[in-house]
Design a protein around this ligand. Structure first.
Ligand SMILES: [Zn+2]
Length: 275
């Protein structure tokens, strides 16, 4: 079985400087493990290879080795560091398989593994479960799986062919993006959509529909893209998270999020008339 490795420091991917960008989502072949002293390999199936129709009966032909390298560890000579967010821009979000799925999976797992060394119930040191993204407490039997926190992101349109975009206070640049936010415990995703829009810009929407999702391992989200139509109330930024918001037409767009992100995908689809 082929074993491909991904080395991370937090949410940054580590690579030999001359490793080609075109093969970045494949991972590094086995011989590259020698560059790190006793790397702590955690092996999981490469789920992107399993066709959905046979997923239950088939096993993948390769595994991903997700390796978390401690922040203070020195890099091998002539290696480079790439933020995983930056890697997204190398892939076309328009394509059905446009996500660097293996990197996103490995990045999520590597960070989860760092954070799940001890049982959350009794504090004992967890054991790995062979071949699965699972850890097991030897003392109390508690299983631990990677946490996935869904967040919604919504493209809001009005009857004048405009979209609502907002500037978040946390953004260091002048980029305007969609309203987004985390799903709360006990809440449907549709309710999250309506609540976040109401809280952040005081607007009510209708016709809430799912569009597309994107794994977002920073450190453990799944971005769930929706569209919705404006129905009532006056646009008013909350001043807390959102410091400015507006309705933008096609010929009057502000600075937009980068390619490869779900937010930019939603805008591009709207520009093409597909939303
Ligand atoms: Zn325990």
């Amino acid at each position: 079985m082929e074993k491909r490795s991904f080395f991370f420091q937090g949410d940054k991917l580590l690579l030999p400087a001359d490793f080609p960008d075109s093969q970045i989502n494949e991972g590094l072949p086995e011989e590259f493990a020698k560059y790190f002293e006793n790397p702590d390999f955690f092996e999981i199936p490469a789920i992107d290879e399993i066709p959905a129709s046979v997923a239950a009966s088939s096993s993948p032909s390769s595994v991903i080795r997700a390796v978390s390298i401690l922040p203070e560890a020195a890099l091998p000579e002539n290696w480079r560091v790439i933020p995983v967010r930056q890697i997204l821009a190398m892939f076309s979000a328009e394509a059905p398989d446009g996500n660097p799925g293996r990197i996103l999976r490995a990045c999520h797992i590597a960070q989860w593994r760092q954070d799940s060394r001890f049982c959350g119930s009794c504090g004992a040191q967890n054991n790995d479960v062979q071949g699965q993204a699972q850890r097991l407490c030897p003392r109390c039997g508690r299983s631990e799986f990677p946490r996935i926190c869904p967040a919604v992101i919504i493209i809001i349109t009005d009857n004048e062919d405009r979209i609502l975009l907002a500037h978040n206070k946390r953004f260091k640049n002048r980029v305007y993006s969609h309203i987004s936010g985390f799903n709360e415990a006990g809440e449907t995703l549709e309710a999250t959509v309506a609540r976040e829009i109401r809280e952040e810009v005081n607007v009510e929407v209708t016709d809430i529909e799912y569009v597309k999702s994107q794994p977002w391992p920073f450190p453990c989200s799944l971005m769930v893209g929706f569209k919705a139509r404006y129905s009532s109330e006056t646009l008013r930024p909350d001043g807390d998270e959102i410091d400015d918001a507006g309705w933008f037409s096609r010929d009057n767009l502000p600075e937009l999020p980068g390619n490869g992100s779900l937010s930019r995908f939603l805008i591009n689809q709207w520009l093409k008339g597909a939303l």
